[in-house]
Design a protein around this ligand. Structure first.
Ligand code: ATP
Ligand code: MG
Length: 363
């Protein structure tokens, strides 16, 4: 759901912002270092997910010397079909979320309305950090395409907690049988959800990648969290003594990963920084495309410092690819000129960010 009006009060250095973003196309925030560009993206992200991508400490996010922040937006496919969403957070900790004039019970309700995809310098983690980042990526996609995913995943986490607690208490193997059986059945479901998702994503990812970079010998394979050629129950059986020794379950859906290699070598060891950025963008855009075809939803893209690390051809290709998705995109750049030519063919709204003030600039 695109945002057609956005009001931000006392969020980071943004005291009072009121803008009307373009629903389909590029909204560009440009301005000097420290002006408030990333804070604009952070506020939109907060509205989409009820949390920040920079800090979990609320006092860091609320504007200095103020007591609360408020983010409010109108969203909808068209102006006559709008819904209002708002989030307020107090320094004392309370959070109030309103959706369509009613109190929402949790931030999870926000995520259902506005899928947000963030691309920033942390996205390199998808390639060069641990499996947790790739698992989150995978599960973001599965969550929107499969209504059962969240329930099964929560069950899995609960069962693992119980099983691990019993392992730590050195309980006899027989006592763990019921947890192990439950884990085996939930793990099979998780594996099916994730595998199905990857089967749908892979062709879209290949196509998206081919529009951004040419890499031969690329392989993206899904790892369920245990040797997929073996039976999961047998693996749990064989690893029981070691599990008990270390006090947790070594193999399972909580260890799922995507193995990304080029000619069998990890992609992070081969790709240049710019190529890594393009690769990660392709991964995220492919998810957006699948969200559209698979769940009839379009994500809002937030891209911090789009020009960074990319040459002019890559910027142009990335922008063209984004525009094909006909969705709402927010990007930041220090200088508008670094994007100007590449954006000129597409629907665009420009906002100059200066000392925490945001003004629309008309061409
Ligand atoms: N709680 C807060 N209250 C007031 N100002 C804050 C708060 N937290 C951060 N700031 C300031 O907000 C300013 C804007 O930060 P932001 O990260 O949005 O800048 P930016 O425009 O993205 O800069 P860059 O181009 O360097 O990435 C910074 O000067 C920062 O010190
Ligand atoms: Mg920034």
């Amino acid at each position: 759901m695109p945002l057609t009006r956005l009001d931000i009060t006392d969020f980071r250095n943004l005291a009072s912002i009121k803008i009307e973003p373009i629903s389909t196309g590029f909204n560009v925030f440009y301005g000097l270092n420290g002006s408030g560009k990333t804070s604009m993206l952070e506020a939109i992200y907060y509205l989409g997910l009820g949390r920040s991508f920079r800090s979990t400490i609320i006092g860091r996010i609320i504007r200095n010397s103020t007591e609360k922040f408020l983010i409010f937006a109108h969203g909808g496919a068209s102006h006559d079909q709008t819904i209002s969403i708002g989030i307020e957070r107090l320094l004392r900790g309370e959070m109030k979320i309103r959706i369509g004039g009613k109190d929402a019970r949790s931030a999870a309700e926000l995520a259902g309305i506005t899928p947000v995809q963030l691309i920033n310098s942390h996205c390199y983690n998808l390639l060069d950090a641990g499996p947790v980042f790739r698992r989150k990526y995978l599960d973001w996609g599965v969550f929107y395409l499969n209504q059962d995913f969240l329930r099964v995943w929560r069950d899995c986490i609960q069962i693992l907690k119980q099983r691990n607690a019993a392992l730590r208490r050195q309980r006899p193997k027989k006592e763990l049988d019921s947890w192990t059986e439950e884990l085996v059945s939930k793990a099979a479901l998780m594996d099916r959800f994730r595998r199905d998702y990857m089967e749908r994503l892979q062709p879209i990812l290949s196509e998206t990648l081919s529009e951004l970079i040419s890499i031969s010998g690329l392989n993206t394979s899904y790892y369920p969290g245990w040797d997929k050629t073996a039976n999961y129950r047998d693996i749990l059986e064989a690893s029981f003594d070691k599990d008990r020794l270390i006090g947790h379950t070594q193999f399972g859906p909580h260890r799922a990963d995507l193995k990304i290699t080029i000619n069998k070598i990890p992609a992070k060891d081969i790709l240049s920084r710019g190529q890594q950025k393009l690769f990660v963008c392709a991964m995220i855009l492919a998810q957006g495309a699948l969200l559209n075809t698979g769940a009839n939803k379009k994500p809002i893209y937030l891209i911090d410092d789009l020009p960074a690390e990319l040459d002019i051809v890559s910027r142009t290709n990335l922008i063209a690819l984004l525009s094909k998705q006909e969705t709402q995109i927010f990007v930041t750049a220090v200088e508008f000129e670094s994007l100007g030519d590449a954006l000129s063919r597409f629907p665009l709204r420009m906002f100059h960010v200066e000392h925490g003030n945001v003004t629309e600039v008309r061409r």
